[in-house]
Design a protein around this ligand. Structure first.
Ligand code: FES
Ligand SMILES: [Fe+2]
Length: 396
C-alpha cells in the first residue's frame, strides 16, 4: 500500500537526483494506483482515424488493461466506449478492427446499436423493471490530432489540444506534415520489465554512445549537441545529424535531425533524420514485471521502399539493443537488494521530470480517496449513501 508520506519522500528525493524507489518497479499495489491515478486519467493514442471511417467500423484498444472501442456511427459520428458488456462484463469487440452492423456480445447476445444504446437483450421480457435505456455502453472521450485518434477513459476529459500543448507545432517544425503520412505497419512487442523502466530508457541518451554505436554515428549524442527539453505534458529530444557517417542508413532528406517525444505517461513519438517518417505508440503495463507496446510506423507518400527498409532496420537494431538494457535494469531493480539509484541530473533531467509527474499523479490519486469519481453515464443507477448499487428484485 502506497502512502502519501512515501510519495512525498520520493518527490523530495527526486529533486536531489535519487531515482524513484526501486520497490515501485515491482509492486502490485503501486501498479494498481498507477492504473487508476495515471492511465485512467490520461489521453491515449489508439490508432489512425481513417481506420474507422466507414459507418459501423470499429477499432479496439487496450489502455493498460482497460478495454475501449472506437465506433463510427450510422450518423457519421465517431464515438468511444468502454469495450465492456453491461450485462456481466464480457469484452464486447474482440477483433482489432472491422465493420459491424451492431455490437453483439459473444456471451449471452446482448446487442448494442452503433451509438452504444442497448437494442436487445434475450429474455428481457421475462424481467420486471428491466430498463434498457440504463444499460447502454459507457462512453469515453474521443479526440484527434491530425490523423491520430486519442481516447480518454472518462467523459470529463481535459481538451486534447491542451494536453498536447505545443507538441503538434514542434512536430510540424521538424518537417513532418502529419496529414501527409501513410501508415506502413504496426509493430507489437512485449518486454520483461516494469513499464516505467521502458519509459525511462527512452528519456535519456546518456547510454547512446555506449550502447547504440550506429545511432551515435548517425546523430551527435554528445551532451552539448543532444538537446533535452521538458514541457508540462511531454519530453522532447533533438539529436542533430552528423555530417560524416560511417554506417547507419541514408540520412539525406527533408528531416535534418532525430526528434523524439514522450507524451506523459507513455506515448512515444519517433522522427528519424532523412525522409518524412514518424512512429507513434504507447507502452503499457500488463503486470509489475511485464510491458506491452505497439508502434505505428508512418511515412510520407513519396518515400521509397528501400529507404523505408533501411530506416526500419536501423530502428530495429536500436530497439534490440534497448531491450537488453531495459530487461537488465528490471532484473537489477526488482531483485530487492537495493532501495534506489542515483541519476545524472544534467543528462537525465527527463527521468527526473517523468518521476515527478508520476509521483504527483499518485499523490493526487491517493488524496482523492478510495472511491474514484463516477462517469456521468452511470449516474442513473440507484445507489445507497455508501455508494453501493441498490438492487430491486428482478431489477436491472
Ligand atoms: S456478458 Fe455480454 S451478454 Fe452476457
Ligand atoms: Fe536506447
Amino acid at each position: 500500500m502506497l502512502t502519501a508520506e512515501q510519495i512525498a519522500a520520493a518527490r523530495a528525493d527526486l529533486r536531489r537526483g535519487t531515482t524513484l524507489p526501486y520497490a515501485w518497479y515491482a509492486d502490485e499495489a503501486v501498479l494498481t494506483a498507477e492504473r487508476a491515478g495515471i492511465f485512467a486519467r490520461s489521453w491515449h493514442y489508439v490508432g489512425l482515424v481513417d481506420q474507422v471511417e466507414r459507418p459501423g467500423s470499429v477499432l479496439r484498444a487496450d489502455l493498460a488493461g482497460l478495454p475501449v472501442v472506437l465506433v463510427r456511427g450510422r450518423d457519421g459520428v465517431l464515438r468511444g466506449f468502454h469495450n465492456v458488456c453491461r450485462h456481466r462484463g464480457a469484452v464486447l469487440v474482440r477483433e482489432d478492427c472491422g465493420v459491424r452492423n451492431t455490437l453483439q456480445c459473444h456471451y449471452h447476445a446482448w446487442t448494442y446499436d452503433l451509438d452504444g444504446s442497448l437494442r436487445a437483450a434475450p429474455r428481457a421480457d421475462r424481467e420486471s423493471e428491466f430498463d434498457k435505456t440504463a444499460r447502454g455502453l459507457v462512453q469515453v472521450a474521443v479526440d484527434t490530432w491530425g490523423p491520430f485518434g486519442f481516447v480518454y477513459p472518462w467523459p470529463d476529459a481535459p481538451a486534447l489540444a491542451d494536453w498536447l500543448g505545443e507538441l503538434p507545432a514542434l512536430v510540424a517544425d521538424a518537417g513532418i506534415d502529419v496529414h501527409g503520412l501513410r501508415l506502413h505497419h504496426r509493430v507489437r512487442y512485449s518486454l520483461s520489465c516494469n513499464w516505467k523502466i521502458a519509459v525511462e530508457n527512452f528519456l535519456e541518451c546518456y547510454h547512446c554512445a555506449v550502447a547504440h554505436p550506429a545511432f551515435a554515428d548517425v546523430m551527435d549524442t554528445g551532451p552539448d549537441a543532444y538537446n533535452l527539453q521538458v514541457r508540462p505534458s511531454f519530453a522532447w529530444q533533438r539529436g542533430p545529424t552528423r555530417p560524416q557517417q560511417r554506417g547507419g542508413y541514408p540520412t539525406a532528406g527533408e528531416i535534418d535531425a532525430g526528434q523524439y517525444f514522450m507524451i506523459w505517461p507513455s506515448i512515444k513519438i519517433n522522427i528519424n533524420p532523412g525522409r518524412p517518417n514518424m512512429s507513434i505508440g504507447p507502452v503499457y503495463p500488463s503486470g509489475p514485471h511485464r510491458t506491452e507496446a505497439f508502434l505505428d510506423y508512418l511515412f510520407g507518400p513519396d518515400v521509397p521502399t528501400d529507404w523505408i527498409d533501411a530506416m526500419i532496420a536501423f530502428d530495429d537494431q536500436v530497439g534490440t539493443e534497448d531491450r537488453e538494457l531495459i530487461e537488465s535494469v528490471h532484473r537489477g531493480v526488482s531483485g530487492g537488494g537495493l532501495a534506489c539509484g542515483r541519476f545524472m541530473v544534467d543528462s537525465e533531467l527527463q527521468l527526473q521530470a517523468f518521476g515527478a509527474w508520476v509521483a504527483e499523479r499518485l499523490a493526487d490519486h491517493i488524496s482523492a480517496g478510495p472511491t474514484p469519481p463516477r462517469p456521468p453515464s452511470l449516474a442513473n443507477e440507484r445507489r445507497d449513501e455508501d455508494g453501493h448499487v441498490q438492487l430491486s428484485p428482478g431489477g436491472d
